[in-house]
Design a binder for this molecule. Structure first.
Ligand SMILES: CCCCC/C=C\C/C=C\C/C=C\C=C\C(=O)SCCNC(=O)CCNC(=O)[C@H](O)C(C)(C)COP(=O)(O)OP(=O)(O)OC[C@H]1O[C@@H](n2cnc3c(N)ncnc32)[C@H](O)[C@@H]1OP(=O)(O)O
Ligand SMILES: Cc1cc2nc3c(=O)[nH]c(=O)nc-3n(C[C@H](O)[C@H](O)[C@H](O)COP(=O)(O)OP(=O)(O)OC[C@H]3O[C@@H](n4cnc5c(N)ncnc54)[C@H](O)[C@@H]3O)c2cc1C
Length: 669
């Protein structure tokens, strides 16, 4: 302890020695089980030890080289999966640790789930085995040039022709071109295409269809199909490994049985039949993926935080008196107050992601039993958590870059690429603002039902306590009182409910519900965020109620949970004050307690990021190396840049030499 506070520990081994908890047990808490630690570790090492999966020069490749490299890695990964007879769990992890976005993400992540979720048993029997053996490659073609968020506004048509028992898929306008689907540009042979179903002259809205795009013999586009890549994207390397595509149909015919018919059918005669299931199940694949994106947020955030914490323990600046050692930047209170809430958020998102996976599985089981009652909550939770965790994670990765100073801006820090790959998560699978407005809509509905005496359940159950929560005053009197979970939960519940009720009251004053919703939408966003943050805080507390084993593990998690909650309270102090949930004095006490908690985390910080159990290969950061040997690695990495392949740069003879020889002179000189 003294060594850390005194700034004498100058390498990571020393940092690890100051930890007050059992790191191996924390690895289990983080991964979910001992089995999960073992399989994660095995797959990460398998990838790290395979030269085909190297990624240290990735940011120096041209787009074409990068794409070819992605194809190579995907094929090699598949070869290893088959050779080693990996289970589905192992195969998913292997792909995760390959860590290069590519067509396989959409094939496994959306194409297969769309067929499983929306196809009949017969359709699943036909298509899923082909997809599982990679005899076909699929993508998810929903978004168009003119519409992404407004799914009901899509323009592609699928018109039933009873004469031939086929659908005719067509792109009637430029804006109806499919635009963005990952894997579509160059790799996919098939797509699940979302189009307006038209039969017997009537438009029945958006439905899914399986459409073959490319020949299975030579990969050329099938007649009537125009397709390609939509062009380079943000950042070097990064998401440019993905072939996001454009696709147009010119009266392309597909058999009737390639309409995904689990939710509704078109008969041989062309009659439209809708099963008695909610039509929102059409959006089921998006709900599934949003749930996986929350788990991904904790992965991305923990990677960035791992890099920033380790480097902050190595990096020293100032503080040297009379030749004494300088201070580790991790010892600066400002560095701690920026970094430790992000560390706490990584753990918070991990646990809420775990819970969301449970919720999703539970909802799916209920749907199988034709109980659709929990669908709105599943939608609100997945949409809200996707939105809040991805926005915060994107901001946090950028903050970690800044926390690493100048070196954080180098590609070799791993942070620029991580940011560029991650930031579109705020947009794909639903723009974060659009999704929060869905949560707000759900909250307004719940509030309006309170008057009729309907008891809210699940994550809105707290709203049932409206009499108390609308008028309660926090009893916090000292900084230490903020360590009481009940005190924290109460103010988070009161804030969320009061914000929702304020919005509902203001909407009710508008000429119409719709106008009120639109006018109040900025406030509704904040109300939705307050509700989602309450869910995250609550699920962290619930995690602490579980059986957590290992010396000191629970105590560390308690600290992180309190940091997460009190950091939010500090950041959104305006909400808590304006709704009268706390007084300014109580706000100041929360901040005081935060400072104390940071001091408790400090000696454990490096061990807390070690518990993520990331290999150096997965982190791909010279700053985040496990051994902390940062400077030689930074120095060596610079020499790998193609610019350093020659001492004299290309272009010297044409452009530098003439300049230096002053053959071009200003006439006035
Ligand atoms: C392991 C591998 C993983 C692979 C992928 C992993 C990570 C991602 C990696 C890379 C990215 C790769 C892929 C990206 C893919 C995509 O982006 S696919 C395209 C995604 N597109 C969207 O998300 C579009 C967003 N828009 C919408 O979801 C809807 O259009 C919207 C909900 C905004 C509005 O729909 P609309 O029908 O107009 O709705 P209403 O507002 O009128 O609502 C009608 C009622 O339906 C309820 N509802 C809406 N959505 C859902 C839903 N998903 N589930 C259940 N219910 C839903 C809504 O609440 C309304 O209910 P009430 O009438 O109020 O009761
Ligand atoms: C990297 C990446 C991968 C993708 N992969 C796929 C894929 O595989 N398959 C696929 O089908 N699609 C894919 N997409 C498309 C993606 O799903 C859409 O881009 C996303 O849903 C957002 O829709 P949009 O582009 O139409 O945004 P827009 O809706 O046009 O958003 C523009 C702005 O308008 C605002 N806005 C829109 N509607 C409202 C509203 N009602 N109220 C207030 N503000 C609003 C938004 O907040 C945003 O600020 C991908 C996108 C990206 C970036």
């Amino acid at each position: 302890m003294a060594a850390v506070d005194g700034g004498e520990v100058d390498h990571l081994a020393g940092e690890r020695a100051t930890a007050h908890f059992d790191v191996d047990a924390m690895k289990v808490a983080w991964a979910g089980s001992r089995h999960a630690v073992e399989v994660n570790d095995r797959m990460a090492r398998l990838v790290a030890s395979d030269p085909v999966f190297r990624k240290d020069t990735r940011t120096m490749l041209s787009r074409k080289e990068l794409f070819k490299d992605t194809l190579k890695k995907a094929a090699h990964a598949w070869k290893r999966i088959v050779e080693l007879r990996l289970t589905e769990e192992e195969a998913n992890l292997l792909r995760l640790y390959v860590d290069q976005p590519g067509y396989v993400d959409l094939h496994w992540g959306m194409f297969v789930p769309a067929i499983k979720g929306q196809g009949t048993e017969e359709q699943q029997k036909k298509w899923v085995p082909m997809a599982y053996k990679f005899q076909i490659i699929g993508c998810y073609a929903q978004t168009e040039l003119g519409h992404g968020s407004n799914v009901q506004g899509l323009e592609t048509t699928a018109t039933f022709d009873p004469n031939t028992d086929e659908f005719v898929v067509h792109s009637p306008t430029l804006t109806s071109s499919k635009w963005w689907p990952g894997g579509l540009g160059k790799a996919s042979t098939h797509a699940v295409v979302y189009a307006r179903l038209i039969t017997q002259g009537k438009d029945y809205g958006i439905h899914g269809f399986i459409v073959q795009l490319r020949s299975l013999d030579d990969h050329s586009p099938l007649p009537g199909i125009t397709l390609g890549d939509i062009g380079g994207k943000f950042g070097s390397g990064a998401y440019n490994s993905m072939d996001n595509g454009v696709l147009r149909f010119d009266h392309v015919r597909i058999p009737r049985d390639q309409m995904l018919m689990r939710l509704s059918q078109v008969t041989r005669e062309g009659k439209y039949v809708h099963s008695d299931v909610p039509k929102q199940l059409l959006y089921g694949t998006m709900v599934y993926v949003r749930q996986t994106i929350v788990a991904d947020a904790s992965k991305a955030l923990s990677r960035a935080v791992c890099i920033a914490v380790r480097y902050s323990a190595i990096r020293k600046q100032f503080g040297s008196q009379a030749g004494g050692p300088e201070t580790q930047v991790l010892n600066y209170k400002t560095q701690q107050s920026r970094l430790f809430p992000l560390l706490a958020s990584a753990y918070a998102y991990r646990f809420v992601g775990e819970w969301l996976k449970w919720l999703y599985t539970d909802v799916m089981q209920k749907l199988e039993a034709k109980d659709y009652s929990t669908l709105p909550e599943a939608h609100a939770c997945t949409a809200g958590l996707k939105s809040v965790t991805t926005s915060a994670t994107a901001d946090a990765i950028e903050e970690c870059r800044k926390l690493c100073g100048g070196h954080g801006y180098l590609n070799s820090s791993g942070l620029p690429e991580l940011f560029a790959v991650y930031v579109p998560a705020c947009t794909y699978e639903g723009d974060n603002v659009v999704l929060l407005l869905q949560v707000a809509r759900f909250l307004m509905k719940t509030v309006s039902q309170l008057a009729s005496g309907k008891q809210p359940v699940g994550t809105t159950a707290y709203m049932g306590n409206i009499q108390y929560l609308m008028q309660c005053k926090s009893a916090v009197n000292t900084a230490g009182d903020w360590l009481n979970p009940a005190a924290i939960k109460e103010v988070f519940e009161a804030r969320a409910l009061r914000m929702a009720v304020n919005c509902a009251q203001n909407i009710s004053k508008a000429p119409s519900q719709e106008e009120g919703f639109s006018e109040l939408s900025p406030d509704l966003l904040e109300s939705a965020v307050a509700h989602v943050q309450l869910i995250i805080v609550t699920k962290f507390f619930e995690k602490l109620q579980q059986d957590i084993i290992g010396h000191g593990v629970k105590e560390q998690l308690q600290n992180l949970c309190n940091i997460y909650a009190l950091f939010l309270l500090h950041k959104h102090l305006g909400d808590f004050l304006s709704t009268g949930c706390i007084t300014p004095k109580q706000g100041a006490l929360a901040n005081e307690q935060l400072g104390r908690l940071y001091a408790q985390v400090r000696p454990n910080a490096v061990a807390l990021v070690d518990a993520f159990d990331y290999t150096d290969h997965y982190l791909s950061s010279v700053l985040g190396r496990y051994d902390g040997d940062v400077y030689p690695a930074l120095y060596a990495e610079a020499w790998k840049d193609p610019l350093n392949e020659t001492v004299i740069p290309d272009g010297y003879q044409e452009h530098l030499r003439p300049l230096l020889k002053q053959q071009l002179k200003f006439s006035r000189l």
